[in-house]
Design a protein around this ligand. Structure first.
Ligand code: SF4
Ligand code: SF4
Length: 222
């Protein structure tokens, strides 16, 4: 899922300091699951922002709504009426959600209430870790399902670098060496022979380096 984290109340207050009536919009999918931008978090952010503005002598009127997905027009269209009533929007969706709302309502300021962090998983209660950088050419099969693009600090595809100590990464000691994990995993599934393959230069042309990417699936078009 997309993992995000909330901006501070001070930041959110600054985002809307020129407005008197603002709509806070939550998203019911990834950011709800990672406890950053769902109905509950939007309620807390609205309460805290309202208090902060009141204490600053600049009261603000805040409306709140949470839609199922901010990245789909099908759900965004339900925002038309509340957005019409407000001067600006703070989206508590991921960066895609913020931009989707801004595109749909080009004459309304739309601000990001969250920091979008990464694609990851819930590792344990309240701990999320990054697992994928969406490189556009998934190589997990070669590495036992452990992504060196994301989890090796040097993004090495023909690792390890030789600097790891006691299985920890030399660049970030709080993290395991991705190549240690890859070795263990391939060993456990009886596929250590995969490490004999020299990985050719990766095709970064399908990754983020060439600007925003687009996928067209003609078989699903109508
Ligand atoms: S190889 Fe690319 S697509 Fe696959 S998990 Fe790693 S970053 Fe994500
Ligand atoms: S120690 Fe391991 S994870 Fe860290 S940079 Fe080297 S190979 Fe990558």
């Amino acid at each position: 899922m997309i993992v995000a984290s909330p901006k501070s109340v001070t930041e959110v207050k600054q985002l809307i300091d020129r407005h008197k009536k603002v709509l806070f919009v939550g998203c019911g999918t990834c950011v709800t699951v990672c406890l950053a931008g769902g109905e509950r978090e939007v309620g807390i952010a609205a309460y805290a922002t309202r208090m902060a503005r009141k204490l600053a002598g600049q009261p603000v009127e805040l409306e709140q709504v949470t839609i199922e997905r901010q990245c789909e027009n099908e759900f965004i269209k339900d925002l038309a009426e509340p957005i019409e009533r407000c001067e600006a929007v703070v989206s508590f969706g991921c960066g895609a959600g913020v931009q989707a709302i801004a595109e749909r309502f080009p004459n309304k300021p739309v601000y990001a209430g969250l920091n979008t962090n990464f694609l990851g998983i819930l590792e344990e209660q309240a701990v999320w870790t990054e697992k994928c950088m969406a490189c556009g050419d998934c190589m997990l099969a070669d590495f036992g399902g452990i992504c060196p693009v994301t989890r090796c600090a040097k993004h090495m595809l023909n690792g390890p670098c030789g600097g790891s100590t006691t299985e920890r990464c030399e660049v970030a000691e709080d993290k395991p060496c991705a190549w240690q994990l890859i070795y263990k995993r391939l060993s456990a599934i009886g596929q250590l022979d995969r490490l004999e393959k020299i990985q050719p230069p990766k095709n970064w042309g399908v990754a983020w380096c060439g600007g925003a990417r687009k996928i067209v699936r003609n078989e699903h078009r109508v």
